[in-house]
Design a protein around this ligand. Structure first.
Ligand code: FRU
Length: 534
């Protein structure tokens, strides 16, 4: 366990933190000079991914669905473009694609910064916060006491609640906070709450150092410790963060399984932040890994939800599932290795596209599948469609493309070499991705994607993802925004998410093969245009 540390970032931000804790409000910082802001808006502001209007954002928080609206809260420092005193920012959407930012929902207070957490719609008013028949929305979050952190105390983090009687717009903090005091565990945060129908109670999962602790409650105020999970499972290179626990139907079978997500801020996957998952059963008290999954976990080491470097702290929406029982998730599209240094000034970081999660039986175990939500299709128009393109080693294929766009690609798996897709800019920036036959893996390389020198770990190595099926045909959906690429290989079995910062807009797509002729069986390009939102 020698690698386990609290995030050093927190310690580095002591001065800003103290000011924030004492209630000082920094002047909103108009970042860099106006000319730069204009340029970075045009070049870097994503078109179909959520970004805060200004300044810092990290984890998605408190996502719930109520009366036709998806709510997204987020870790936010509204006064600077780096991490600092955490608030909950807020955005609303009718389809998880087109977002409208709302006023800040939760401000730091005398108990500390408002760290990550969740929110539930308390339909039965178990909390008693509802008045005159109004259904309360109850948020549970971590209070992080910066004074205690600076004094190197252990009991820095505790859990608190707040409620909203106006559909998530304004919040009142509970007078009895914290509802769970710190039990002498330094890292003790990120509560995710859900209603457990079978045992008729609220259940909450919490990251506690490098494990998950599970609590139960009848009313969201009184919490009882139930069990812990994870001491000897999965990756422990860093403290665990942002857990989530939810049931998913197993595709093609009658049964359902529980999936436990856990984010690791630093880990062996390309040395950055990533989210691992466990598949098992939950009886209202204990989460236990499925024996087949456990067996596979031992031989394969870790199961990652995404194999790119930029999908972290993702959790699922409460109060909404697909008719199939699948869940909806959104992640933070950055990485603690470099999030505070990325070359945008006016705002920092974006969320991933919202994704539908499903579970697939594979090799006698289970795999988590991620697919972009179908709501995106309302903003898409097919621009280009080709039935068969033969790529030869002598003659790469090339075509101008206006991004943002989605590419849908299907090709016959070659017997040797690499098939490589590249997008390039007029300034010679490029992002390469494809399939390597000898390694049987997908790759995503941003080494020469533009501005990469703000952090040594941004572009030091290509991201790789194992190919998990043996089918002859390989398919991918590739979502490309101005500064991000999300590849859903093999119908979402091996997702890869990466950000990049070109010096001119990406505007060309090319396909090359290193050794043999490859048949691209289908290539379709869709524009993505949010200006026409319904
Ligand atoms: C994850 C995380 C959480 C914490 C929050 C602080 O990225 O470290 O564990 O609540 O960010 O902003």
């Amino acid at each position: 366990m020698k690698h386990i540390q609290s995030k050093p970032l927190l310690a580095l931000l002591v001065i800003a933190a103290t000011l924030g804790f004492l209630g000082c409000t920094f002047q909103s910082k108009p970042s860099s000079n106006p000319q730069d802001s204009v340029d970075e808006e045009a070049l870097y502001r994503p078109e179909f991914h959520f970004t805060p209007k200004s300044n810092w954002m990290n984890d998605p928080n408190g996502m719930f669905y109520f009366e036709g609206k998806y709510h997204l809260y987020f870790q936010h420092y509204p006064d600077k473009n780096v991490w600092g005193p955490m608030h909950w920012g807020h955005a609303e959407s009718r389809d998880m694609i087109h977002w409208e930012e709302k006023p800040i929902a939760l401000y730091p207070d005398s108990l500390g910064y408002i760290f990550s957490g969740s929110a539930v719609v308390d339909h039965q008013n178990t909390s008693g916060f509802g008045t005159d028949g109004t259904i309360p929305i109850v948020a549970m979050f971590t209070h992080h006491d910066m004074e205690k952190e600076i004094a190197e105390q252990v009991d820095v983090e505790s859990q608190s609640i707040a409620y909203s009687l106006d559909q998530g717009l304004t919040w009142t903090k509970y007078s009895g906070n914290p509802v769970i005091a710190n039990p002498n565990i330094r890292d003790f945060r990120d509560p995710k709450v859900f209603w457990h129908e079978a045992t008729q109670k609220w259940v909450m999962v919490l990251a506690a150092h490098d494990q998950v602790m599970i609590y139960g409650s009848p009313d969201l105020k009184e919490w009882t410790y139930l069990s812990s999970f994870g001491k000897h499972a999965g990756n422990h290179d860093a403290v665990w963060e942002c857990p989530d626990l939810f049931p998913l139907p197993v595709a093609g079978e009658e049964q359902q399984k529980y999936v436990l997500l856990v984010s690791n801020s630093r880990n062996s996957l390309a040395s950055g932040s990533a989210t691992q998952y466990f598949v098992g059963d939950f009886d209202g008290t204990h989460f236990r890994m499925d024996p087949h999954f456990e067996q596979e976990l031992k031989s394969k080491k870790n199961f990652w939800m995404d194999f790119g470097k930029d999908n972290y702290a993702g959790v699922s929406w409460q109060n909404i599932q697909r008719p199939s029982g699948n869940r909806l998730l959104i992640g933070w599209m950055s990485n603690w290795e470099y999030a505070t240094k990325v070359p945008t000034q006016g705002w920092r970081s974006a969320m991933t596209i919202a994704r539908e999660l499903s579970l697939k039986p594979l090799d006698s175990s289970y795999r988590l599948i991620s697919q972009p939500v179908e709501e995106l299709q309302a903003y898409q128009k097919s621009l280009f469609k080709e039935g068969l393109i033969k790529i030869t080693p002598q003659k790469p294929w090339q075509q101008p493309v206006r991004f943002p766009a989605e590419l849908r690609i299907s090709f016959v798996k070659p017997q040797s070499g690499q098939l490589k897709f590249s997008m390039t800019s007029a300034k010679g920036n490029r992002v390469d991705w494809g399939f390597d036959v000898e390694q049987n893996q997908f790759f995503l390389d941003r080494k020469t994607s533009g501005i990469v020198d703000f952090s040594p770990s941004f572009a030091d190595q290509a991201a790789i993802a194992p190919r998990l099926t043996t089918q002859d045909s390989i398919q991918a959906r590739v979502l490309i925004d101005k500064t991000s690429i999300e590849i859903f290989w093999d119908e979402g079995l091996s997702p890869m998410t990466s950000i990049f910062f070109p010096q001119a807009p990406m505007d060309q797509l090319s396909i090359a093969t290193s050794k043999e002729i490859v048949d691209i069986v289908a290539l379709e390009i869709f524009e993505i245009d949010l200006s026409q939102h319904p």
